[in-house]
Design a protein around this ligand. Structure first.
Ligand SMILES: Nc1ncnc2c1ncn2[C@@H]1O[C@H](COP(=O)(O)OP(=O)(O)OP(=O)(O)O)[C@@H](O)[C@H]1O
Ligand SMILES: [Mg+2]
Length: 350
């Protein structure tokens, strides 16, 4: 009988060793069992088990807080199974993007956790290449508009330079027009820089209220000049999300700039931040002139502007950044009353 149960155990181990996903059993953070795929992924030799080692040795240090939080969640019975992504430090010292599934169970009154590690580098690579080709297609769509928007000021610059060349004199009025046109080209190229930046975005955990505060400080002088009051109101201490700081700052800059440009003297801008279950909400409200119906349909389309020197790229870039951060945006506006942009981002947990 006991011989039988030994052979069943042996078959069972062999079966688990055949599984391609890395499987580890943890007691607290210590490894008490690892299958062949796990040994291969984390140690140099697939036949050397990892028993006795801490799993923390193989997790990217910046991902340890995420790992510990999920482990705590399932061990305190808040969840029965949890799946999340983090970087595993492989035996070859590479960082491997991985999907981790944790499932708790009891063995002789000891709480254990079964961990499955799945290498998702291929999936990540496909996602990255899709993001790149999406960007390229936006650039393709934009190209016609860019050519048009840049050719106009170039024609005007060339014309005024020719006039000065023919008269062999510098004309200060012409020079001012030339400068204005160059500034317009510069604005367009600056806005479009977003699409040409290096492929990898620098996503980190960040506090949206900090970014909002920093952006407000940037516009303080302009707001005072325009007699506009800007304030932030928020519930809770922080509003954590996950993203590229520079890009998210660009979102706040573009929306606050639009708000300031829409407000007559004496108006105000309020940024509201609040947390919901799995989301962080931000509204940017102004008491400006509002957006008429026909303009509303065109919001976010490239080169749509109602301003003499606007590029009409601000909202297009803003919407693209929000989409890349898995966020959402809605707009409410009433003519002569004001406009509110409502942004929703996925919440990042501590
Ligand atoms: N808060 C707002 N209040 C009123 N109108 C707005 C507001 N935000 C955007 N708009 C309208 O949407 C248009 C497009 O905005 P967008 O930021 O894309 O370009 P722009 O502001 O015109 O140019 P740029 O951003 O280059 O300065 C604006 O011209 C304006 O008509
Ligand atoms: Mg704008």
């Amino acid at each position: 009988m006991s011989g039988n149960s030994k052979s069943t155990e042996f078959d069972f181990k062999r079966m688990i060793d055949q599984i391609l996903d890395a499987i580890i059993i943890l007691n607290r953070e210590k490894i008490v069992y690892s299958n062949r795929a796990a040994n291969k992924l984390l140690s140099f030799d697939e036949n050397t088990p990892l028993c006795g080692l801490s799993l923390g040795l193989f997790i990217d240090p910046s991902d340890m807080p995420i790992f510990r939080r999920h482990l705590e969640e399932i061990c305190s019975n808040k969840m029965s199974t949890v799946t999340f992504a983090l970087s595993i430090q492989s035996s070859k010292n590479n960082k491997i993007p991985s999907e981790i599934t944790c499932h708790p169970f009891w063995d002789h009154e000891q709480q254990m956790v079964q961990i499955t590690i799945r290498d998702i580098s291929d999936r990540k690579a496909v996602e990255e290449s899709m993001r790149q080709s999406e960007k390229l297609s936006v650039i393709g769509e934009l190209s016609a508009g860019i050519l048009h928007e840049i050719r106009n000021p170039l024609t005007s610059i060339k014309g005024f330079l020719q006039l000065m060349e023919n008269s062999s004199q510098v004309n200060m009025d012409y020079m001012r027009i030339i400068m204005r046109e160059i500034v317009q080209i510069e604005k367009i190229t600056n806005e479009l820089l977003y699409f040409t930046k290096p492929k990898r975005e620098h996503f980190t955990q960040l506090d949206l209220s900090e970014i909002a505060q920093e952006t407000i400080s940037l516009f303080e002088t302009q707001a005072i000049k325009q007699q506009t009051e800007m304030k932030i109101s928020m519930n809770g201490e922080n509003h954590l999300s996950f993203g590229d700081r520079t890009q998210l700052k660009q979102v706040f800059v573009n929306l606050i700039k639009n708000a300031l440009e829409a407000i007559p003297a004496g108006g105000n801008i309020v940024i509201n931040l609040w947390s919901a279950d799995q989301e962080e909400h931000v509204t940017i409200s102004d008491t400006g002139k509002g957006i008429p119906e026909q303009a509303f349909q065109n919001l976010g389309k490239s080169f749509f502007t109602t301003k003499a020197t606007g590029t009409g790229l601000g909202l297009m870039v803003t919407y693209t950044i929000i989409k890349n951060h898995k966020g959402k945006v809605t707009v409410e506006s009433e003519e002569n009353k004001g406009t509110t942009f409502h942004l929703i981002f996925p919440k990042a947990h501590r």
